[in-house]
Design a protein around this ligand. Structure first.
Ligand code: 5RP
Length: 226
């Protein structure tokens, strides 16, 4: 199977899983990226089985609406039943790097509200140590250079993702050369404490609850190791 077929397969596994968890009152959180897009397209025909969705980006919201799926603002709900999203890297603790699609802040907000975070990825995303994928950091525009200098002090090599403005009107710095990240929780906290950082793409303090990984031998289900 090629990478696209793996993404389709893992998205279908997530649809099957989600349908067992939802009822007519459920709100389904939907992530961003090509794997999340496969999930959107596949869950569309089951839209009558849940109440509505919350999207982690304007792009996903638009795709959901194009299928006739209701999208609510997060502030309009008190609970998100389940959240499904892709990742750029995942380790055995189900700590993730996300933000390749620049939607990391809204993704992190939806995971904070969701009762369960289901990550879906193809096997190319599975790593023993995070940091091979440059770590995205969302920054307030006027703080870009300050944050970049602070990230250098942490041993990283930040590169401004030019021509990208997030849905929140901010900028992205991609931090290279952090591999191997030792304590992802500690680094997530440290970077979030730099003034001018909105958030960073480490999802370690609140990792995924379950990961469906598409491999050439089928879908492998991972739960976080200690
Ligand atoms: C977007 C993300 C995506 O989940 C991540 O980039 C994976 O994308 P894809 O499914 O296209 O490989 O974090 O901000």
């Amino acid at each position: 199977m090629d990478q696209n077929q793996l993404k389709q397969a893992v998205a279908q596994a997530a649809v099957d899983y989600v349908l067992k968890k939802v009822d007519a009152d459920s709100i389904v959180g939907i992530g961003t990226g090509s794997t999340a897009n496969c999930f959107i397209d596949l869950i569309a025909k089951h839209k009558h089985l849940f109440q509505a969705t919350i999207a982690s980006s304007e792009g996903s919201a638009e795709r959901l609406r194009s299928h006739g799926i209701t999208v609510y603002e997060l502030n309009a709900v008190s609970e998100v039943t389940i959240y499904v999203d892709g990742a750029d890297e995942a380790n055995a603790r189900l700590e993730l790097i996300k933000g390749g699609g620049a939607a990391l802040t809204r993704e992190k907000i939806v995971t904070a509200v969701a009762n369960e975070f289901v990550c879906i990825a193809d096997e190319s995303k599975w790593v023993s140590h995070l940091g091979g994928f440059p770590l995205p950091v969302e920054v307030i525009p006027m703080a870009r250079s300050h944050v970049a200098r602070e990230l250098v002090k942490l041993g990283g090599d930040p590169v401004w993702r030019e021509n990208v403005v997030t849905d929140n009107g901010n900028l992205i710095l991609d931090v290279h050369h952090l591999h191997p990240i030792g304590s992802a929780c500690a680094l997530e906290e440290k970077i979030n404490h730099i003034t001018g950082v909105v958030t960073n793409g480490l999802f370690a303090l609140k990792p995924a609850d379950i990961l469906f990984l598409a491999t050439q031998n089928g879908i492998v289900t991972h739960y976080p190791t200690k």
